[in-house]
Ligand binder design. Sequence first.
Ligand code: SER
Length: 582
Amino acid sequence: MNLKDKYIEFFVSKGHKQIPSAPVVPENDPSVLFNTAGMQPLIPYLVGQVHPYGSRLVDYQKCIRTNDLESVGDTTHHTFFEMLGNWSLGDYFKNESIEWSFEFLTKVLNIPSNKLAVTVYEGEGNIPFDETSYNKWKSLGFSDEKIVKTVEDNFWIAGECGPCGPDTEIFYFKGGDDVPEKFDPEDDRWVEIWNNVFMEFYKDKDGNVTPLPKQNVDTGMGVERTTAVLEGVNDNYKSSIWSDVIDLISKISGLSYEGNEKSMRIIADHLRTAVFISGDYSSIKPSNTDQGYILRRLIRRAIRHAKALGIDEFSDWEQQIAKIIIDKYKIYYKELDENEMVILDVLRDEKSKFSKTLVKGLREFEKVINNNDRIDGESAFHLYDTYGFPIELTIELANEQGISVDEEGFLKRFKEHQELSRSASVGKFKGGLAGDSETEIKYHTATHLLNAALKQVVNKDVHQKGSNITSERMRFDFSCDHKLSEDEKKQTEDLVNKWINEGLDVSVEEMPKEEALKSGAECMFIEKYPDIVTVYSIGNVSKELCGGPHVSNTRELGVFKIIKEESSSTGVRRIKAVLNNE
Ligand code: SER
């Protein structure tokens, strides 16, 4: 029996009713494109509505997260995943929830209890330390060393407002070596596999936290991640969930997985998500807006990688892969069975549209980058309009060559085109492409300020090691040998906000690479840059080699806030931060 079946059976045996997965597109929430967590469809019930199935529920929910779409290709990212969850709607609370989680992990999955450790809520402001959970874990045999108290990581809310509460997170030790006596949640060998949230509060738009009418439990366990750690593989795509899909891609391409991992993972992941989106009852079709645009991007990115593997675009490769995915999941999701023809048609049509222009488009791309270190907006728009290259695809191709894209220029051209053709409303368009990109541009500028602030506050030898920006947050990795203290974090945050408030101008100039380096400009990978580089300066606080784009004045950024500081790898720390507009 697989993890999903065992989970459902166990919680049914504890008096839970199984509820079906909700559609991938939220039914009553236009603010998000897809369900991103198991609890999302249950929000009305968590805040008080009576559920027709009763007060103990269990399910597996289809979830889609596309913020990290471009990160898919590594060992852990997926755009689609299933989240297992059990719920108490004003029924049982912390003690039973923890007890059953422990029983499931140790008795059903047979995990030795010394391979488990937990975090609990430490308490802050009016919300006290979660003593009940702490004591419960102690009574189950967990030593003080295996129970870590935190504030930030143990209070759960989906987004800015809604039902929320302290949580206890359960970690599994995946390292092959001896389990350390002391649990460190930042040690990568410990993987979080289950999150039990005790939803007893409601946070409103003004930030007020009040008790909910009932105390609820919301737990979430990701099927992909947990299956991978339990099977002891260090690449999610090597788990039993993916092996048949990867084997098929390998057979179709005539290549081995080793050495071709990235493209194979992208094809496997993106086609699975495309199957679930196009097979959903919400009837999404590839388009240039909203969910349809995500579907289009997924299919086109998969096609591009199939081409990179040398797969013949005129064969039915995508049908074969979709079929194996449908067969695997249709016993759990009958919509895939019912909509099999629709799914296969969507994939076939989109492939035939894109395959026709892909080869010519790639040739055009080569022409555009020839002798250029930057793709201008006009060319990016031409690739989009004539060859059907989603802007994100152009950016990805460009990045692989160490080249930047003038996204702002692209958007300008795109808008002009929209206005000219009077198609798609501007509102929709903003929600789809432009809205995201404007926010991302702000985060990009904030990254430079953060880099400069860390050098002043922490150490002048701090260097950027990586960054990742979505429309919701920025992530910044930097070299540093210690966990930042509260004081360091606060000072960094204050300094960035001071610079934002000073309204510093952002300027850009071109110069030879050597000159730029001599002038003290910061740069991440020297070999990545061409001989003539663009250098962005922010007032006189920051100077970096960078392809842009950036805002023109720091005042546009809003309020900068660090939401998390954690270890990324040895000697590298990671900060997640947001910009709020107040
Ligand atoms: N809502 C919590 C999560 O998504 C537990 O289900 O992690």
